[in-house]
Design a protein around this ligand. Structure first.
Ligand SMILES: Cc1ncc(COP(=O)(O)O)c(C=O)c1O
Length: 388
């Protein structure tokens, strides 16, 4: 028997706030009627503020993977070269998709502990004298590793190289949690999903689109139908969609956007930064290793913790689930069994973090993993001293 709430501390899907759950539970309305048009316009306006984008944001009834595909098929043609970086599992999946779509991927190898090196972007673009590279695609926050790429530095290097490639950015586990500016950083397509910083269930995918990306879409020749931006943008101007939208998820989205904008984006980012720092202090006090190698690339939405061999990270996760009813993120791809991931994003507060770290500390102890006790105390000391 279980009592109290389950602790869902995977790095997405995240906890859905009660306000949003209640908003989802409304009667479904006519998606071609006037009440829907008002809802459509309201969520599209709110999304532009969260993406910090002045141009169109489109909403698909899809997971993040669909929004990845939309970004590629709208902007590129068969055989185009895309510069991508092996920052982790999700970067690899996006690369595989691009290859399957018939794109030529120039994949820069990586060790899954670092973000994209902006200087490498510069070198690759300067060397591309024939302008074969049509897009640079990066994952802002690698959810498999807890490493954040400095997108504004990547953009600066692209500009310094005077190269016309589009910049496509996956913000699936960073939007509405870590500072991100679609316009301000000169991003052409921002890809996002509903189930992480936006505090919704899975089921919505997003593209924020620059003028340059929209212009590129006019001549892009990869086949597209369902994902085509233009019918979406056309119908969205009056608040409607070209096909049946996920009506009830949009009710939830309206509520989640209201919560985020009431709090203020700067405060949302500060809250996540503080919880990220408290988590890292706990891991350091445990004398365990954080997978992310560079402090200036630490993720504020999740922390991947390396479990010393021969201990198995999945056994620690399983013990914590069985004993304390808390889900932590598993190691993905080559990190299977080597790390567990603590999600600290979305609808989350100090005491939830204290409980999360308490569960981890007890799980480590039960599994006999060598560590120093005191991680929870280090996090609590930081949380009591530092306001966000
Ligand atoms: C960074 C990143 N990109 C892409 C995806 C794929 O999104 P989805 O599983 O919603 O299709 C995820 C999922 O967690 C992710 O974290």
């Amino acid at each position: 028997m279980k009592f109290g709430r389950h602790f869902l501390q995977i790095p997405g899907p995240t906890n859905v706030p009660d306000r949003v759950l209640r908003a989802l539970a409304q009667p479904t309305i006519d998606h071609r009627g006037p009440a829907f048009a008002a809802l459509g316009r309201e969520v599209l306006d709110g999304l532009r503020r969260v993406f910090q984008a002045s141009g169109p944001v489109v909403i698909y009834p899809s997971s993040g993977t669909g929004a990845w595909e939309a970004a590629l098929v709208n902007t590129l043609s068969p055989g185009d070269t895309v510069l991508m970086f092996e920052t982790g599992h999700f970067a690899g999946l996006w690369r595989d998709m691009a290859a399957r779509l018939g794109l030529n991927v120039d994949f820069v190898p990586g060790d899954w502990r670092h973000g994209v090196d902006p200087h490498v972007v510069h070198t690759r673009l300067v060397d591309d004298r024939d302008r074969r590279i049509k897009a640079v695609a990066v994952v802002h926050n690698e959810t498999s590793t807890g490493v954040t790429t400095r997108v504004s530095d990547v953009r600066q290097e692209m500009t310094a190289a005077n190269h016309p490639a589009l910049l496509l950015v996956d913000t699936i586990s960073s939007l509405a949690s870590i500072d991100y500016r679609h316009d301000g950083w000169g991003v052409d397509v921002t890809v996002a999903g509903s189930q992480k910083g936006l505090m919704l269930p899975p089921g919505l995918g997003f593209n924020a689109i620059s003028d340059k990306a929209r212009a590129a879409a006019k001549s892009a020749r990869l086949p597209k139908a369902y994902w085509d931006w233009e019918p979406m943008i056309r119908d969205n101007t009056s608040g409607f969609f070209p096909y049946t939208p996920a009506t009830n998820l949009l009710y939830g989205l309206r509520e989640a956007l209201a919560m985020l904008l009431d709090e203020g984006l700067a405060q949302v980012f500060a809250r996540h930064a503080r919880h990220g720092e408290a988590t890292r202090r706990a891991v350091k006090a445990w004398d365990l290793e954080i997978l992310a190698a560079n402090p200036h690339e630490f993720s504020n939405t999740l922390t991947a913790v390396v479990v010393p061999q021969p201990h198995d990270a999945d056994r620690v996760r399983q013990t914590i689930l069985e004993r304390f009813d808390m889900s932590l993120g598993t190691g993905l791809g080559k990190l299977k069994g080597r790390v567990f991931r603590i999600g600290h994003l979305g609808d989350f507060n100090d005491l939830m973090l204290a409980g999360t770290l308490g569960g981890v500390e007890m799980g480590l102890s039960i599994c006999g993993v060598p560590f120093n006790p005191g991680g929870v105390s280090a996090a609590l000391a930081y949380l009591s001293a530092a306001r966000d």
